[in-house]
Design a binder for this molecule. Structure first.
Ligand code: 6PG
Length: 257
């Protein structure tokens, strides 16, 4: 975010009774937003996140596609560019891969064909090479301005693989960065940087469970009003959509607001 750009809208908070309701809402909102962009004749770029609530959202998207949930607005998944905010630097077929989880949950089912995975540990030499290759792919496919960027939130306030106090938080001259000492296993990862995340038009945080309540409170508190409200302490504070930021919470995750 640069000083001379227009102010970004403040985050909007939506609280849902439980994780299932949250996932149903987010899946419906995502499909609607994709349809809206496609109806306007534009390419769609979305960025997925790893994590448990994301998995529920992914499976709900597959339910829509199966016809179990009648959709009023069709989505052409062959024209949706799918990215990730971060990826674990492990073998391509590892169950730890965010991309593998998303393919199994819905991408294969819906026939997504513009899927841009971060290179895996059995495809390139190291996470630095994976980050560089992923950034090149993003450059090839446009401006990196995701129509919707979805992000989970860690109990420490991390988003993507940007963890509190990590030097990756300071990297502002690259789209993607290698992370080698992730406090959340696996240790080796690739993450989009704040510079890349903040190019998104819409940022949707997906957060469920009382284990995240304190992180949510720190992320949404007035700066300096409570301890832990610097970006270095709560990296989620460093991401705002250019046009929209929504925090989709269940009541447990919202319990410290
Ligand atoms: C990852 C994720 C990470 C995740 C949060 C929340 O690759 O691990 O991208 O940022 O979204 O840690 O994960 P949970 O929803 O499983 O708590």
């Amino acid at each position: 975010m640069t000083a001379d750009e227009p102010l970004r809208p403040v985050p909007r908070v939506e609280i849902h009774p439980d994780a299932e309701t949250l996932a149903v809402t987010v899946a419906g909102a995502l499909l609607g937003r994709i349809a809206e962009v496609q109806e306007a004749g534009n390419q769609v770029h979305i960025a997925l996140t790893g994590g448990t609530i994301a998995e529920l959202v992914h499976r709900e998207i597959a339910r829509h596609h199966s016809g179990a949930v009648p959709d009023v607005r069709p989505v052409d998944w062959t024209r949706v560019h799918v990215w990730w905010g971060d990826e674990r630097f492990v073998a391509h077929d590892s169950p730890d891969r965010n991309a593998r989880q998303a393919r199994e949950a819905f991408l294969d089912e819906v026939g997504a064909s513009q899927v841009h995975e971060v290179p895996a540990a059995d495809q390139v030499d190291d996470a630095e090479a994976a980050a560089s290759s992923y950034a090149d792919t993003m450059h090839e496919h446009g401006s990196g301005e995701f129509d919707v960027l979805m992000l989970g939130l860690g109990p420490d306030g991390h988003v993507a693989s940007l963890f509190p106090g990590h030097h990756a938080l300071e990297v502002d001259d690259r789209i993607a960065v290698a992370v080698h000492d992730s406090p959340k296993p696996p240790a080796d990862r690739v993450s989009l940087t704040f510079a890349a995340l903040n190019r998104a038009r819409s940022v949707w945080f997906l957060v469920s469970g009382d284990g995240k309540a304190d992180a949510v409170a720190r992320a949404l508190a007035e700066s300096g009003s409570v301890p832990g409200t610097t970006v270095a302490e709560t990296p989620a504070r460093g991401v705002l959509g250019r046009e929209e930021t929504i925090w989709f919470l269940d009541s447990a995750a919202a319990s410290a607001l």
